[in-house]
Design a protein around this ligand. Structure first.
Ligand code: UD1
Length: 424
């Protein structure tokens, strides 16, 4: 027997009140890795209190860094000489940890990085990371579950990405800042978390042009100096609360997030009939009636984020009408639909398309979180379902949402954590 936790949700609440958003998971892991690029002490603020941060801290400690403090403020002290080998047990748990590859090649000239784990949302290859770093002069080998690379001398190069991969852009960028000469990355990702990483690197003394565009031009420098950096707010968490308001016919004021990073998401919610108000420090979403169905297509930023696709399907499951949802980023992201179907949602899939026929209400049942975002979407579905829904494997959600249960309780949801004894 193994004792883990599950969420127990009793449906029916209309969520009202305030939710404050912490720093972004998808940014903090990368800026923590970027600290490896300069010897000395980096200070990070607005660090979210989520499960992935202590795991990333262990990855950095394994490379010789000291990590102290606690969210929202941590310090990372990096020695002149750093290690080059990451621990398999930690890296396999979070995909974000693969972003140490670029910094290790730049600082140590070699890297042995366990092939990462993370969410089970389909094949998440590393070919774009590898091809880009090879262009800069790295030589790769793949053995026994590890990616092994050496780079005696990194040199700037012209790199075209086949797809604007977030992780590949970050790794290439973090190697290029210390390479000799100029690197151009075309078709680069331009997510707000990439902009945040660029700003951290510039604060350390890097020279990066085209920040926030799909062409990044990086002039390598000899060394970088640690700095202080505030992590950008988590737009996916903010978007989750926006969906929560629209789904539950509620009224939620989201603080600490920028509505400009969620324009397409908030526009979709307006199309469902919700009223969206922008403020300097966030936004509010209010919905009086049953939401109307809305079509969604996921795309790289500034398109609709794949991380909010499960919330879009959950909303459409109780909306008035039929919606067409297309997933273009991760093929495995529809896996959670089998779980949603246990709550009586009417969703059919064909490849990367889903047709969702809205029902007046869902029906509470035991389900299982398959990844961070699917877990959050299943909990929201539980809030609009009749009776009790249990969402097993709560740890997935805790990897990316700070004070998830407490926030929902403050908004009026009936939710608690309960032990779940699993037979091994
Ligand atoms: C990051 C985010 C994740 C988000 C995703 C897309 C982190 C820790 N995770 O993941 O939450 O959903 O961006 O916004 O920041 N691909 C390749 N080869 C590669 C790299 C990627 O084929 O070398 C493919 C992937 O399999 C996937 C697509 O490209 O189908 C997008 O991946 P990518 O943008 O790299 O996402 P991640 O950085 O893994």
């Amino acid at each position: 027997m193994r004792s883990v936790e599950q969420f127990e949700v009793t449906g029916g609440a209309r969520l009202r009140g305030e939710a404050t958003v912490a720093g972004a998971k998808n940014s903090v892991l990368k800026v923590m890795a970027a600290a490896l690029l300069g010897s000395g002490t980096t200070r990070l603020t607005n660090v979210p209190d989520i499960g992935d941060v202590p795991i990333m801290s262990e990855v950095l400690r394994g490379l010789g860094a000291q990590v102290s403090g606690h969210a929202p403020d941590i310090e990372i002290t990096v020695p002149e000489e750093i290690g080059h080998e990451t621990d398999y047990d930690h890296v396999r748990r979070i995909r974000g940890s693969v972003c140490v590859l670029g910094p290790l090649l730049a600082r140590a000239g070699r890297a042995k990085v366990a092939l990462p784990g993370g969410d089970a949302i389909g094949s998440r290859q590393l070919d774009l990371h590898v091809t880009g770093l090879e262009r800069l002069g790295a030589v790769f080998d793949n053995a026994h579950g590890y990616l092994v690379a050496e780079a005696a001398d990194l040199r700037g190069a012209q790199i075209w990405l086949d797809f604007p991969s977030v992780g590949a852009t970050e790794n290439i960028m973090m190697a290029a800042v210390l390479a000799k000469g100029t690197t151009t990355i075309d078709n680069a990702a331009r997510e707000p978390e990439i902009v945040d990483l660029c700003e951290m690197l510039v604060g350390m003394g890097a020279s990066i042009g085209g920040i926030g565009t799909s062409t990044l031009e990086i002039d390598g420098v000899d060394s970088l100096t640690p700095s202080e950096h505030e992590v950008v707010p988590d737009r996916i968490v903010a978007g989750t609360w926006a969906f929560a308001a629209a789904m539950t016919r509620g009224d939620i004021r989201v603080r600490g997030a920028s509505h400009s990073t969620l324009e397409i998401v908030l526009d979709k919610l307006t199309q469902t009939g919700a009223e969206v108000t922008a403020y300097d420090d966030g936004f509010a979403v209010r919905c009086e009636d049953r939401p109307r169905a809305v079509d969604v297509v996921t795309l790289p930023y500034p398109g609709f984020p794949t991380d909010l696709q499960p919330m879009a399907i959950a909303l459409n499951a109780i909306a008035d009408g039929v919606a067409f949802v297309t997933e273009n980023i991760f093929e495995g992201r529809f896996m959670f639909i089998d779980e949603l179907a246990r709550l009586a949602a009417d969703v059919r899939t064909d490849g990367h398309h889903a047709i969702v026929r809205g029902r007046e209400r869902l029906s509470g049942a035991p389900v299982r979180a398959t990844d961070i975002r699917a877990g959050a979407a299943l909990v929201l579905a539980g809030v609009v379902a009749d009776g009790v829904t249990t969402v097993a494997d709560a740890f997935h959600v805790d990897r990316g949402y700070q004070s998830f249960v407490e926030t929902l309780q403050a908004l009026g949801a009936q939710i608690r954590r309960v032990p779940d004894d699993v037979l091994l």
